[in-house]
Design a protein around this ligand. Structure first.
Ligand code: GKR
Ligand code: MG
Length: 427
């Protein structure tokens, strides 16, 4: 074994990242979202970085894994999964059907979420040690830029209590959503638009999509209520927006309901909710429940696993796009590297990044014409800004506990006392 590639130390830094008051069907984003920054330090003195969710469910097992990793090589990614199974009681392979009330972040894959950040950090360290970009370690890029979509949210102007302020203003109707879309287009050149739905009754969201289609003709449009609608409501929306939507994302919950909708509409259906593990693939593909799967390296278990999912999708003629949740520049770099290596990526990838005013890397990513250029620098091509990292860590240490677990329903109650997360289907 090349001893320079052996893991000497792991550093875990939980942080709180400021987040605007973005609404979804479960509530609203908290003023601060928990994230975890993982650093893998090799005996050769190279440090690789990864990023994942920082709630307690992910943090505690990540600590167990971090203690077990020193002495292993950053090249041993298959061993990393076996080790995670061994030391973290195998729960990373488990599927349970709970709705992720903490922000719809794929809680069904808690174990994979923690492993993915270590995998990305190992690849970053290996790339830096070899002088190769991460995409080269994944087989090489097949494109030199990756297109992202604008992620539109209904939102409040400010958090009701605390939080950082921004100048986006409220967006609670079609005009507000169109103004948001124009700003994304003008500032970043983003040309595909996804509206987070499930917030208002379907007719209001249909009106917002129609307003977008009128204001930005010919642009790909998507609507994602996170499974908030019944089958009949999903079919009603699909009928109303036929020919307007590029795809409808998770209109309803569960593979069987998605399959029922799919069989009765020509509007393509996408998911990041009913296909989040390999175990869910056979039924979803056999029943043609979804035509597009939104991958997410955080909960598919890293960049190699994302490529495995992509190969499966290609085999079965299912499209691939990319899901996102609140994330920083480390994850955006990882998303861009893996997206650069996937053949036939026909859809712009989702990213929350433009909503994140803060970062822990020295140079923020910049979108040009809605695209990020794939870095050819060693590793992920990002460097940690240690002062920023320390500041966001301090924020977490000083937090009174309110923000250490993401809970969009609790955050909603701070603005709307008595509010309870809706029973799904909501409409
Ligand atoms: O950030 O509120 C949000 C989204 O609703 C997120 O939690 C979802 O996981 O973006 C996601 C999606 O596409 O379903
Ligand atoms: Mg979605």
């Amino acid at each position: 074994m090349n001893t320079a590639l052996v893991i000497e130390d792991i550093r875990l830094t939980p942080v709180l990242v400021s987040d605007p008051p973005l609404l979804n069907t479960q509530g609203v984003h908290q003023p601060y979202t928990p994230s975890l920054i993982v650093e893998v330090v090799t005996r050769g003195g190279t440090t690789g970085v990864g990023e994942t969710y920082g709630d307690g469910a992910y943090l505690e097992p990540a600590r167990t894994l971090a203690e077990a990793l020193p002495g292993r090589a950053v090249t041993d990614l298959n061993g990393l999964f076996a080790l995670a199974d061994e030391v973290c009681d195998g729960s990373h392979a488990a599927v349970d059907d709970r709705m992720d009330a903490g922000g719809l972040r794929g809680v069904r894959n808690a174990g994979k979420i923690r492993v993915s950040a270590f995998e990305v950090a190992c690849l970053d360290a290996l790339g830096k040690a070899l002088g190769l970009p991460v995409h080269a370690l994944l087989g090489g890029k097949v494109r030199s830029t990756v297109e992202y979509s604008a992620y539109l949210f209904y939102r409040w102007a400010h958090h009701p209590q605390g939080g950082e302020r921004d100048d986006w203003g409220a967006a609670l109707d079609p005009a507000g959503i169109v103004a948001q879309a124009r700003r994304f287009a003008d500032t970043y050149g983003l040309a595909s638009f996804k509206l987070k739905g499930g917030v208002f009754p379907p007719d209001q969201e249909i009106a917002a999509i129609r307003a977008l289609a009128e204001a930005l003709p010919g642009r790909p449009l998507r609507l994602d209520p996170n499974g908030a609608w019944s089958v009949p409501t999903s079919l009603y929306v699909a009928e109303q927006l036929k020919g307007v939507l590029e795809y409808l994302e998770d209109p309803t919950s569960g593979t069987q309901s998605m399959a029922t909708v799919s069989a009765a509409t020509d509007v393509p259906l996408a998911t990041n909710m009913c296909v989040t593990t390999l175990a869910e693939v056979p039924e979803a593909f056999a029943t043609d429940a979804v035509q597009i799967v939104l991958s997410d390296h955080h909960y598919w278990g890293g960049l190699h696993r994302t490529r495995e999912l992509a190969a499966l999708c290609r085999t079965f003629g299912v499209g691939l796009s990319m899901h996102s949740n609140t994330h920083l520049g480390i994850s955006l770099a990882a998303m861009t590297h893996v997206a650069a290596t996937v053949p036939g990526l026909a859809y712009a990838c989702d990213s929350h990044y433009p909503w994140q005013a803060e970062d822990v890397i020295t140079e923020r990513h910049t979108f040009t014409d809605g695209r990020l250029t794939v870095s050819d620098a060693p590793g992920l091509g990002v460097e940690l800004d240690r002062d920023r990292l320390a500041a966001l860590h301090r924020r977490r240490l000083e937090d009174d506990g309110t923000h250490r677990e993401r809970d969009d329903a609790a955050a909603m109650r701070r603005g709307a006392p008595g509010w309870v997360a809706p029973v799904i289907p909501r409409w």
